[in-house]
Design a protein around this ligand. Structure first.
Ligand code: 5RP
Length: 264
């Protein structure tokens, strides 16, 4: 692996090998998602706890301070919307020149395995890897399920993650599920977890902890943080699991202490 690739991966993954990415890319198919209407305001208090920001070029240019020290994972697939015919019908939206111009530390693309657009989205990933590898830029594959949330089981997610790694993804983002070790064990590159729609507070802490115990290398977790009434408390509690090996009760106590101290 060349120095540039190693350096970018080292920006994204801390010395402990784990990462906490903050995704705010949801608007690329959902429009002004709740609490992300003004993404710059939403993420301002959270940026200091993020190891990477997963974002489209439009929000990056218009809402994020260029002086930020958080590395950027640029979302570079899109082309469909939540009210359109099929969310899986994506293409690559961004050139390699743009990825470099925006000083991205990685590029992220969705794959939709088992859909009518399986081949198209997997070829999006493969082509992006071909271009990004030339410049030492890691590609993160996002195993997307569209509206079919029930697809989130170990057998399906293991299949998606392995295929994404085989096509050259350096990191794979998927959903947590029961028996998450089956997903991680079949994937030769780091697997990180998304959050999905908002769940109950302790439930987030529990699934992130379980996933980390079963071999995940971190999270790319958005709505359960920035749609929360106390986003900083939730982010710091999750961060303690990822970077300080906190247990569920320890992280839960931290969350409640920070939440109770949050007068805003
Ligand atoms: C949306 C994404 C998000 O980055 C991913 O789903 C993580 O966010 P959340 O925790 O809110 O699910 O890829 O397309």
């Amino acid at each position: 692996m060349d120095w540039g690739m190693k350096n970018r991966l080292a920006q994204l993954f801390a010395k402990d090998g784990n990462c906490m990415f903050l995704p705010i890319d949801h608007g690329y198919f959902q429009g002004p998602t709740r609490k992300l209407e003004k993404p710059g305001n939403t993420v301002a208090p959270l940026m200091q706890y993020a190891d990477g920001l997963f974002v489209t070029r439009g929000v990056l240019r218009n809402a994020i301070d260029p002086a930020t020290s958080a590395p950027v994972v640029l979302r570079v697939s899109g082309g469909s919307s939540v009210i359109g015919a099929d969310l899986a019908n994506e293409e690559i939206t961004t050139s390699i020149a743009e990825i470099i111009r925006l000083n991205a530390s990685a590029a992220g693309v969705s794959v939709f395995v088992g859909t009518d657009y399986e081949r198209q989205s997997l070829m999006n990933l493969a082509k992006l890897v071909n271009e990004c590898e030339d410049y030492g830029i890691p590609v993160m594959a996002v195993t997307a399920v569209g509206k079919e949330l029930e697809k989130r089981d170990a057998r399906y997610l293991a299949l998606c993650c392995r295929i994404a790694a085989e096509l050259g993804a350096r990191v794979v983002k998927t959903y947590w599920c029961e028996n998450f070790d089956k997903v991680v064990d079949g994937c030769p590159v780091p697997v990180i977890m998304a959050g999905g729609p908002k769940v109950e507070d302790k439930g987030v802490i529990e699934f992130v902890h379980d996933g980390m115990q079963r071999g995940a290398k971190g999270v790319n977790l958005g709505r359960n943080i920035w749609q929360h009434e106390h986003p900083v408390a939730m982010m710091r509690a999750l961060r303690s699991i990822i970077h300080e090996s906190a247990g569920v009760e320890q992280a839960w106590d931290m969350f409640n202490t920070l939440k109770n101290a949050d007068k805003s």
